[in-house]
Design a protein. Structure first.
Lengths: 184, 130
């Protein structure tokens, strides 16, 4: 687990807000991965892969339209399960489903031998910097997983415990023009 | 082991936060979110490190059925203690809350009951002085 101990998240980057509709904002996160879209697609849809990096566990594949899948939020202080139906699954390019109130839209663009991965998701204004920081760490973990150098999933309390968490959270809050909430 | 938090189910966490702070006068204590999960608690300003009340979103059908059933039976989902139930009744009523029972003397205490606007009845209790 040396890799995990050495991990420090880089600065806030690759995020923007495209919609500020009242309290619900839309967060867009972009990450370039050195792995082909097919490999990234598997990591986004296969429960065994999701378990290694995502903030939820899935009880089935998210890779087919119409699939009904239970998503269990990992690292929450109480059991939290939501059910989703996959509304779009065009392998290995576009994937859409919802995680509770959050609409999740993933887009995978081939980029040389790698993938430009974009996530669109709606989050309440108050928690959008927290969400961006959380996904940032998840993407770092995903990148290392795909590179066959896994450092282990870091979500919920594990992510917040990090030395780099406050800095990352504050970085995204600044980027979005928000104050960092107290008590968070 | 200590009892530090108790939970009430609410149909809307933002609406509940407004009611429990602006109408009842509690203070927000913890508010964090992970994906669709939100941990939200309030505490009494008279006892900031006292027991926290978790305002939990009621997206569990079993909990929802229980909540509706006890509401229909006029049973409170939560009870708060006060030293001045008549004063609290007047103050809280001024802020727009709907009481289902004005301060009423019962065995050992005076109680009042109001709606929390989120699917629950709240009882205010002032113990009788012996």
């Amino acid at each position: 687990m040396t890799n995990r101990e050495q991990y420090t998240p880089g600065p806030a980057n690759g995020a923007r807000i495209i919609q500020k509709d009242g309290e619900q904002w839309t967060l867009v996160l972009v990450r370039e991965l050195r792995h082909p879209p097919e490999k990234v697609w598997q990591a986004l849809t296969d429960p065994a892969h999701l378990r290694e990096w995502a903030p939820f566990d899935a009880d089935g594949s998210l890779g087919a339209v119409g699939a009904t899948v239970k998503l269990t939020t990992v690292g929450a202080p109480a059991l939290h399960v939501t059910e989703t139906t996959v509304t779009r699954a065009e392998a290995p390019e576009v994937l859409e489903y919802n995680w509770g109130d959050h609409d999740m839209r993933w887009e995978l663009e081939s980029l040389g031998g790698g993938t430009r991965l974009t996530l669109w998701t709606n989050i309440g204004r108050r928690f959008i910097a927290m969400g961006a920081a959380g996904w940032h760490i998840c993407f770092d973990v995903l990148d290392r997983l795909l590179s066959a150098a896994p450092i282990g999933r870091m979500v919920g309390g594990d992510a917040v415990k990090f030395g780099g968490w406050q800095r990352l959270h504050a970085g995204y809050a600044r980027m979005f023009g928000l104050e960092t909430a107290k008590n968070s | 082991m200590k009892i530090k938090v108790t939970t009430i189910y609410v149909d809307d966490q933002d609406k509940a936060l407004r009611f429990y702070t602006e109408v009842l006068g509690f203070a927000k204590k913890v508010d964090f979110s992970q994906g669709p999960f939100r941990w939200l608690t309030v505490a009494s300003p008279e006892e900031p490190d006292g027991v926290e009340l978790q305002l939990a979103r009621n997206d569990n059908p079993a909990a929802k059925a229980y909540q509706q059933a006890i509401f229909q039976q006029s049973q409170p989902a939560i009870m708060f203690f006060t030293d001045d139930v008549k004063g609290d009744y007047e103050r809280i009523k001024t802020r727009g809350a709907e009481f289902t029972m004005p301060p009423t003397a019962v065995t050992g205490s005076t109680i009042a009951m109001l709606k929390d606007t989120c699917g629950n009845l709240v009882q205010l209790t002032q113990l009788a002085r012996y």
